[in-house]
Design a protein around this ligand. Structure first.
Ligand code: S3P
Ligand code: PEP
Length: 428
């Protein structure tokens, strides 16, 4: 689908961004393998999370979904049933990688596959540790690419030093560890998002954390519960940057998730000089949340690297846009992981922003951006990557002239109401 976008004078008003994608996936997955019923409020109805529901239905789980309210009739950790069809995860890396951990607990064989983007993404990062735990996995490129065939075996706890800070890898291993003999440990090079750890605890599982090592003892069961999903900070990020760079703007983003493993974007934007304030913060919830108010700001460049990267990995495309409007240079490094997301996000961000006149260069593990560029409307594309599509739509709001965005439908993967909310704020 092609979208024609024109500049916006200001953004004002309040919105509630949709539910957190990482938490929505996990609520359905953990509810499915729990004993008893799980209710979810604030579920993200984006395509990725609908893929998760569809896969668990194929495994025999009864799931009712009414907009953002979901009820899951849990089957227990050994109660999933074989699917006669392939499990199709669409565009969702989180679905396939976490499901592999769960399927390592089954006695039957399942086949997992996905769209053209999933077909390119590396799965060795999970097949390798899961094989060590005892799962039987086969697939293209020695188990690195879909379709993947997976079956549980005699699983035994391992201690896995993960070469990358990845919540998908950590979660897949911990989930496989739930039924393994002994204890399963994962050590990361730096801390990735901890939604799995927090939610397993809410489902009654004991999770141990010592520094960068997380572990679960095998033989634990999950008990169905209620999950309240806060707004997705990765979706809010597009409006945080839009509010900062579009003149005369003041926006309130309500009930945004503020889990410290996800708030790197707030640290960076404040460091760059953005005027952000917090209201109604609830730190007590298993997943903290609060309202964020952002005003038009004069930004300056920043260096973004190291342990901060996993705390804002999905926000780098929109941070790159903010950097094009900042005074001075922004350097993003240690972000090699961007190369294996829905697209190679270093290449797609740099290519498309260059078409709009940005001064931006790719490096092997990041990018270098010189700010204060006057962006011009251009013909750009999302390459089927939701976050690239949204970043370019916000770029179009400040560009001179019209921008044509092709493959804009990809945005529905994580933010189906994105254009409605953008319109609402720009008309207010
Ligand atoms: O666990 C999750 O929910 C996610 C983890 C991150 O991926 P990695 O685990 O590959 O870093 C992130 O990029 C993705 O959008 C969601
Ligand atoms: C990388 C992302 O998701 P996933 O890995 O689940 O496809 C994302 O949403 O930016």
């Amino acid at each position: 689908m092609e979208k024609h976008l024109t500049p916006i004078k200001s953004l004002t008003g309040a919105i509630k961004v949709p539910g957190d994608k990482s938490i929505s996936h996990r609520a359905v997955m953990f509810g499915s393998i729990a004993d008893g019923k799980t209710t979810i409020n604030g579920f993200l109805t984006g395509e990725d999370c609908l893929s998760t529901i569809s896969c668990f239905r194929k495994l025999g789980v009864n799931i009712q979904q009414d907009n953002d309210k979901v009820t899951v009739e849990g089957k227990g950790i050994t109660g999933l049933q074989p699917s006669s069809e392939e499990l199709y995860v669409g565009n969702s890396g989180t679905t396939i990688r976490l499901m592999m951990g769960i399927l390592a607990n089954t006695t039957f064989r399942s086949v997992l596959t996905g769209d053209e983007s999933i077909a390119k993404r590396p799965m060795n990062r999970v097949t390798k540790p899961l094989k060590q735990i005892g799962a039987l996995i086969e697939g293209n490129d020695s188990g690195n690419k879909v379709p993947l065939h997976i079956q549980g075996g005699r699983t035994k706890g391992i201690h896995y030093p993960s070469p990358i800070a990845s919540a998908q890898v950590k979660s897949a291993i911990l989930l496989a560890g739930l039924k393994a003999e002994g204890t399963t440990y994962v050590t990361e090079p730096s801390k990735s998002r901890d939604h799995t750890e927090r939610m397993l605890e809410a489902f009654g599982v004991e999770v141990d954390e010592k520094g960068l090592t997380v572990s679960v003892a095998g033989g634990q069961e999950l008990k169905g519960t209620h999950v309240e999903v806060p707004g997705d900070i990765s979706s809010a990020a597009f409006f945080l940057v839009a509010g900062a760079i579009i003149p005369n703007s003041v926006i309130t983003l309500k009930k945004v998730g503020l889990n410290p493993t996800r708030t790197g974007i707030l640290d960076v934007l404040r460091d760059m000089g953005a005027d952000i304030t917090y209201q109604n913060v609830n730190d007590e919830a298993s997943e903290p949340y609060g309202d964020l108010i952002i005003k038009t700001s004069s930004l300056k460049g920043a260096v973004i690297e190291g342990d901060l990267i996993p705390r804002l990995i999905d926000e780098i495309p929109i941070i790159a846009l903010a950097a094009t409007q900042a005074e001075g240079e922004t350097i993003i490094k240690d972000a090699h992981e961007l190369r294996v997301k829905e697209t190679d996000r270093i290449a797609t961000v740099v290519n498309e922003l260059k078409k709009m006149g940005a001064d931006i260069e790719a490096t092997e593990d990041g990018m270098i951006i010189n700010g204060k560029s006057l962006l011009k409307g251009a013909s750009v594309q999302s390459y089927g990557d939701h976050r690239i599509g949204m970043m370019l739509s916000i770029a179009a709001c400040i560009a001179e002239g019209e921008t044509t965005l092709s493959r804009s439908e990809a945005i529905a993967v994580s933010y189906p109401s994105f254009f409605d909310q953008l319109n609402k704020l720009s008309q207010a």
